[in-house]
Design a protein around this ligand. Structure first.
Ligand SMILES: [Zn+2]
Length: 201
């Protein structure tokens, strides 16, 4: 006798949900069952939200943060200090820095860091855009807020080399951030101190 399984469509939904980060087989099954059994229209709402978000959210042309227009809220905000630029690895590093309220300038997300073992080279990052911004926006200070591990350091050094010919002060946030974890995993106070205690490069 053939072993009974869920119908194909349901099995496919479980398999799709399992592709999502942080969702294991048990959770995928629970979510899928909730979706097919829910009496409300909530699952349809989620499906619509996914379609809508994917169609409307894009990276800011300038800094790489999440935006619905060409520029994100931060780049479009005229009250921001125009002379300060903070370089981060990922767009998700920006909000943790914002929450500290210690920084009122603008950001530039590289989209990663130079990592030869993962085949990420400088051309894969938003470095040309950074150089262009430095040339046109002429900031007084660029703060590097990359991870304090080997690849983060190597990327910072690479950028410092490229930027030292421009009339701009180059600084880095103080160490003491969790290595490799990115800024997301650092608490507000640690980030605040890291920003306040930045050092010249
Ligand atoms: Zn932006």
């Amino acid at each position: 006798m053939k072993r009974t399984e869920y119908p194909d469509a349901l099995r496919d939904l479980i398999a799709q949900l399992r592709q999502m980060p942080g969702v294991g087989p048990r959770s995928a099954e629970r979510i899928a069952l909730w979706m097919v059994q829910a009496r409300s229209e909530q699952p349809e709402g989620i499906a619509q939200a996914i379609t809508h978000t994917r169609a409307t959210i894009r990276p800011c042309l300038k800094c790489g943060f999440f935006a619905t227009d060409e520029l994100c809220e931060i780049c479009a905000d005229d009250s921001r200090a125009p002379d300060l630029l903070c370089v981060v690895e990922q767009p998700t590093d920006i909000l943790p820095l914002e929450r500290t309220s210690a920084f009122r300038g603008r950001y530039h997300s590289l989209g990663g860091r130079i990592a030869p073992l993962d085949r990420v080279s400088p051309e894969d990052l938003r470095i040309d855009q950074l150089i262009e911004r430095v040339a046109t926006e002429k900031p007084n200070e660029i703060i590097f807020a990359l991870a304090a591990d080997v690849e983060g350091e190597a990327t910072t050094n690479y950028l410092v080399d490229l930027l030292k010919k421009y009339p701009v002060t180059l600084t880095r946030i103080a160490h003491g951030l969790p290595a490799g974890g990115g800024l997301e995993s650092a608490d507000e106070l640690t980030l605040y101190r890291a920003l306040a205690g930045r050092t010249k490069l």
